[in-house]
Design a protein around this ligand. Structure first.
Ligand code: FES
Length: 264
């Protein structure tokens, strides 16, 4: 995934509109057929009065006529859809950090311990918050001295506790305990600087997914955009086997391998 991040972010370009191109139906004028004569065809470029986009004007000349018959489709046929798709291609870019990503299947997650992962080059920790009965995904760096939270533990109160100095965090990333702080001293644990960074996360298809951006504006991103839904994965008439393995290479290489789903 490091490879993917280095080579593809931030402006990896996927012309989705090209993929749609095969769906374009041939304009009606292209279906024109002469039953007896083979006309000569010509196209010329022009521009709409109200737009800077160019489109084609079709004319046809009959070879049997002393003076060529010119049939212009101008003002008859709408602008071919290709022009719109070309414009769409120019504007479309894929943002790798504005998508949901699966992290781990639930069957591989132990609720008693935090799990460290690297996805899209991000070090994250997945842990079970028993107080909210949900899986949480945090940045795998303690806000105190950046120790990996995945090296920590789940304390008796169900909080994620850093292994280095013992700071404890609830499911919202709030620091709830700094063991070294004086009981009657300033409430330093309430400082925003003491908060862990939380990624939006959700369980779907028996997998934990996360949104790779801790910016608070994405906190409720699930209400606007959901992970890809594959109904067969939740269909009991289908069987599935999860295999979870960390391999440090990019998305393109991954696509060259097989993604095996056995259906019966
Ligand atoms: S580095 Fe985590 S508590 Fe100090």
């Amino acid at each position: 995934m490091e490879t993917l991040r280095a080579s593809s972010v931030p402006s990896f370009y996927i012309p989705k509109a090209l993929q749609k191109a095969h769906l374009i139906t041939k304009p009606n004028f292209m279906k024109f057929q002469s039953s007896q004569l083979i006309p000569s065809w010509s196209f010329s470029s022009t521009k709409e009065n109200t737009s800077t986009r160019s489109f084609k004007v079709f004319t046809i000349s009959s070879p049997t006529s002393s003076s060529s018959t010119i049939i212009s489709t101008e003002n008859t046929y709408p602008r071919p859809p290709e022009a719109d798709f070309e414009a769409e291609i120019k504007d479309e870019k894929f943002d790798w950090f504005s998508e949901w990503y699966p992290i781990m299947p639930l069957c591989d997650l132990d609720k008693r311990v935090p799990h460290g992962k690297k996805v899209l080059g991000l070090d994250i920790v997945v842990w079970w918050d028993k107080n909210e009965s949900s899986w949480k995904v945090f940045d795998d760096a303690c806000p105190h001295r950046l120790a990996p939270l995945s090296d920590g533990r789940i304390d008796k109160s169900g909080r994620l506790q850093c292994a280095y100095h013992g700071w404890c965090f609830n499911g919202s990333g709030d620091c709830k305990l700094i063991p070294q702080a004086a009981p009657g001293g300033p409430q330093v644990h309430t400082s925003k600087k003491a908060c862990a960074r939380v990624y939006p996360s959700i369980v779907q298809h028996d997998m934990v997914w996360f949104w790779p951006n801790t910016n608070p504006e994405y906190k409720d991103i699930i209400t606007k955009k959901k992970p890809p839904f594959i109904p067969q994965l939740d269909d009991p008439s289908f069987s599935k086997v999860w295999i979870n393995r960390d391999i440090p290479y990019g998305y393109v290489n991954k696509l060259s391998l097989s993604f095996n789903l056995k259906f019966k």
